[in-house]
Write a protein of this length. Structure first.
Length: 156
């Protein structure tokens, strides 16, 4: 299921993903969390920078996602880098299996966000960018920034 960008309050985002990957399609996934992980995520204590998702045995798992231990937790705090199961529809998982088998596609977590009272993960089906693609997108962003600045000075 594609997710609109403006949906929900963002808890943590993976800004580096848009630099390193070209996101082709977006999916919404629930995530199986422990209690202290939920509290830590609501405090914004998550890092998606080096994380990725993989389909294994018709289930989707999130790897290398660092959710810091809850500051007010006790001895039963969670492991910050544990593998977490993503909750998706079976039909979506089947389509992901078909698409990730294709050369160059990977599953990249883009952001954690709140939807009503549930924590969701926006997952992107992405293709890695080459160095020249990264330079081109950086040049395009710089031109847009300069154009906005020029329009801002003109209005004054």
């Amino acid at each position: 299921m594609k997710t609109p960008k403006s949906e929900g309050k963002s808890l943590a985002s993976n800004r580096a993903a848009f630099h390193h990957y070209e996101v082709v399609e977006r999916f919404e996934a629930g995530i199986a969390l422990q209690g202290t992980e939920v509290k830590s995520l609501r405090d914004g204590q998550a890092n998606l920078k080096d994380s990725f998702a993989r389909v294994k045995d018709n289930e989707v798992f999130l790897y290398n996602c660092h959710i810091s231990p809850y500051s007010h937790g006790n001895l039963s705090n969670h492991d910050p880098l544990r593998t977490r199961k993503l909750l998706m529809r079976r039909s979506e998982i089947r389509s992901l299996i078909g698409k990730t088998v294709l050369k160059g596609f990977t599953l990249v977590p883009l952001r954690f966000y709140l939807k009503e009272s549930h924590i969701k993960l926006e997952l992107g089906l992405a293709r890695g960018k080459k160095l020249h693609d990264k330079r081109e997108s950086e040049k395009r962003r710089e031109q847009e920034r300069e154009a906005r600045a020029a329009l801002g000075q003109r209005r004054v």
